[in-house]
Design a protein around this ligand. Structure first.
Ligand SMILES: Nc1ncnc2c1ncn2[C@@H]1O[C@H](COP(=O)(O)OP(=O)(O)OP(=O)(O)O)[C@@H](O)[C@H]1O
Ligand SMILES: [Mg+2]
Length: 398
């Protein structure tokens, strides 16, 4: 194995996406190639069939291996999201080493204490973030609210086993969206501290809320672009692939076409009768966009009060990504409903063929892999975890 190669796998509802990359001396990654395969065994953020999902992952990896002409199967960084992951905020409290002072080591110990609330025989903890901290009244103890992300151990075991059977070695599993948020955060101008990173894909809307520069809350809602595609399938009596084409065609058009009596030729191979008025498409698509944004807002609003407003903070911006986040009306609708500036983000530092909003998560995963390989400290992993990892690697049990 070339120790500097990374296979970043993003398990999405629509597609499994893979980036193959090589770590460079300056710590950056060169993308060697990418591969995709339609996802099976994973619906709206829930793994329904591990073997079918593994088959999809293997297909996407094979695409990339063919493209880069290099055997790289033992360096898989698997990013998952959705409700396969368990997220929880817990309080950990420890005595401070120096009275009235909170050191990073104190925060780390308090985070560790917070994880004791998680049933560690059932869950593998993936990431722990210090969401907020305060000194206890006496000034001798620090209390930390930690945002903890875990995966059920049985699911982790099944995935790891199934990947191994298919000839792939799982290096580690991570929360793809949170790591993408961490990567994008580093690249944002002005270093915003209070913001929401939101990834709207095919089946889920995943978001991470940052306060004071730290992830303090994350969740996944079963809402995505598939709703729009399904409505188009019914409304226009077309198959899924055709509906996807029509949706993308519509997305390229200006909404100035509304109320102009414009009729679009939406025919594909095998159809001749799909001449559809722009207004009809607008009504189907935009009513679904409204519904998705409304439901996301209803879910996030109480968390905004709890984590942002009640702490005297103001949300600066929403950073939107994901295939459905790229729809022209999505950002403006979110900005209207949330009353917060909303901006679309994508992996702008990648070569143009990869710099799509649907690739942001895969980019975050490969960036995480690069930081692990370069042995940089990785946010959401304690020094203790990194030490254990290194020891396991040395002993070749990981
Ligand atoms: N140009 C576009 N216009 C409209 N929708 C688009 C466009 N490009 C992609 N999409 C939609 O984005 C969705 C796919 O996005 P993405 O690849 O981020 O999802 P995923 O990662 O597979 O799923 P999820 O993250 O929800 O599990 C599909 O619903 C697709 O129709
Ligand atoms: Mg996705």
């Amino acid at each position: 194995m070339n120790k500097k190669t990374i296979l970043a796998v993003d398990v999405g509802t629509g597609m499994v996406k893979v980036f193959a990359g090589k770590l460079q001396a300056d710590g950056t990654v060169d993308i060697l190639g990418s591969g995709t395969a339609p996802t099976a065994g994973y619906e709206k953020g829930v793994i329904t069939d591990v073997n079918a999902l593994t088959h999809s992952i293997r297909q996407a990896v094979d695409c990339v291996i063919m493209a880069v002409d290099e055997q790289m199967t033992d360096c898989v960084y698997l990013g998952i999201s959705g409700s396969t992951l368990v997220t929880q905020n817990s309080i950990g409290s420890v005595a401070v080493t120096t009275p009235e002072t909170i050191t990073p080591q104190d925060i780390e110990r308090a985070c560790k204490a917070a994880t004791f609330e998680i049933e560690q025989d059932k869950y593998e903890i993936l990431h722990v973030f210090a969401a907020r901290n305060s000194l206890a009244k006496t000034g001798e103890a620090v209390e930390v609210e930690a945002h903890i992300v875990a995966v059920p151990k049985d699911i982790l075991g099944e995935i790891s086993h199934a990947l191994k059977e298919s000839g792939l070695t799982l290096n580690c599993i991570i929360a793809g969206d949170i790591m993408a948020a961490e990567t994008i955060k580093k690249e944002l101008p002005g270093k915003p501290e209070n913001f929401i990173f939101m990834d709207i894909g095919a089946g889920t809307t995943d978001f991470v809320m940052y306060v004071g520069g730290n992830p303090c809350f994350s969740a996944s809602l079963p809402l995505g672009g598939d709703y729009i595609t399904n409505d188009l399938m019914q409304g226009l009596t077309v198959n899924r692939a055709h509906a996807e084409e029509i949706k993308r065609y519509y997305s390229r058009l200006s909404s100035d076409l509304r109320n102009q009596g414009v009729v679009l030729d939406c025919n594909d191979y095998g159809t001749t009768d799909k001449h559809v008025s722009y207004d009809f498409l607008y009504d189907i698509i935009e009513s679904r966009v409204d519904e998705i944004v409304g439901l996301v807002y209803d879910y996030i609003k109480p968390r905004l009060s709890q984590y942002v407003t009640e702490n005297g903070q103001t949300l600066e911006r929403i950073y939107l990504t994901g295939g459905s986040g790229a729809m022209p009306s999505m950002a403006s609708r979110i900005a209207n409903v949330f009353q917060i500036n909303t901006e679309m983000v994508k992996p702008v530092h990648l070569p143009v063929e990869y710099a799509q909003p649907a690739n942001t998560v895969c980019y975050g995963i490969i960036d995480y892999g690069a930081r692990v390989l370069a042995s940089e400290p990785v946010v959401g992993k304690s020094a203790w975890d990194v030490l254990i990892r290194k020891a396991k690697k040395l002993l070749k049990i990981c």
